[in-house]
Design a protein around this ligand. Structure first.
Ligand code: A2P
Length: 283
């Protein structure tokens, strides 16, 4: 199975598919990431808030893979948006990951109701971290169109990706379009909808039986065919394997359109709304 690479606006490349480790408990992370690497995954998406960077790092180390052979993303914790905190936190992430640099560092949430609404300085901190070589690329997560417009207008620096909630019941189309308009790529989180019903939806199960694929494989293929980057999470080896087997088929444009038509708009959102999300761990 060959995972395609996509070129980012800073001319680096990113594997279009990987492993997400949100909700992978710290004590399981080394095993899960290790199994994924054995299967052939070469892209891991973690975050300071997930509490499992050390397990990710241990698996990468014991895999024996060369640094250029895998891609790692981590994200800034919500409580650490101020310049000095942001800078210190990436160094601490690198210690836990056992790496000299990550491939991609993201602002996890814009938190527009915190820090006097100033997520622009936080973006500037990421620019400095990139200049220092601690991360190759910089991007954002959960940025609404207005948040993207603002950081680009005020700094002139475009994030390479915007990682946002996307799955068939929540197409998040306005944000996807705004992200692409800025020349950034969309990374879709909760690509399988976190058990929200997509995997038993009759439109998806019908396409799955037509193609002899599982509903999860069809949903992942839908993301890939729309050009988004995805990293489904599973703690089960059989599912890690199943999710990886999505590069030997493609959907027709009609099948892609039929799945996109399942979009329920805001009613399909499962996570927090970025305009009001203000949670800071331990605060
Ligand atoms: P588990 O970790 O127990 O395998 P998302 O990536 O949208 O957040 O979805 C992750 C959820 O989907 C997890 O609960 C995961 O459970 C489950 N999951 C992952 N892969 C599959 C699959 N191939 N079939 C069914 N459920 C899956």
């Amino acid at each position: 199975m060959t995972v395609p690479s996509l070129t980012l606006s800073d001319s680096t490349t990113i594997p279009q598919f990987g492993l997400g480790v949100w909700q992978v408990p710290a004590q399981d992370a080394e095993r899960v990431v290790g199994e994924a690497l054995e299967i052939g995954y070469r892209h891991v998406d973690t975050a300071q808030m997930y509490g499992n960077e050390a397990g990710v790092g241990a698996a990468l180390k014991s895999s024996g893979l060369a640094r250029d052979d895998f891609y790692v993303t981590t994200k800034l914790n919500n409580g650490l948006h101020r310049l000095d905190d942001a800078k210190r936190s990436l160094r601490e992430s690198l210690d836990r990951l056992g790496l000299d640099n990550v491939d991609l560092f993201l602002i996890h949430w814009p938190l527009p109701t915190r820090y006097d609404g100033d997520f622009v300085s936080t973006w500037q901190a990421l620019v400095e971290l990139q200049d220092e070589g601690l991360t190759t690329s910089i991007g954002v997560s959960n940025f609404q169109p207005a948040h993207l417009d603002r950081i680009v207008a005020e700094t002139g620096v475009v994030p390479v990706v915007n990682q946002v909630e996307v799955h068939p019941y929540f197409g998040n189309e306005e944000t996807r379009a705004a992200t692409r308009r800025h020349g950034a790529l969309v990374e879709g989180w909760s690509p399988l909808g976190q058990g929200g019903g997509e995997l038993t939806d009759p439109v998806i199960t019908a396409i799955a039986s037509e193609l002899g694929k599982s509903p999860a494989q069809v949903v992942l293929r839908w993301h890939l065919d729309r050009g988004d980057i995805v990293f489904p999470k599973s703690t089960h080896r059989e599912r890690l394997q199943e999710n990886f087997e999505v590069f030997d088929f493609a959907l027709t444009s009609e099948q892609v359109a039929a799945i996109s038509a399942l979009d329920k708009g805001e009613a399909g959102r499962t996570g927090a709304h970025p305009d009001t999300m203000d949670w800071i761990p331990g605060a």
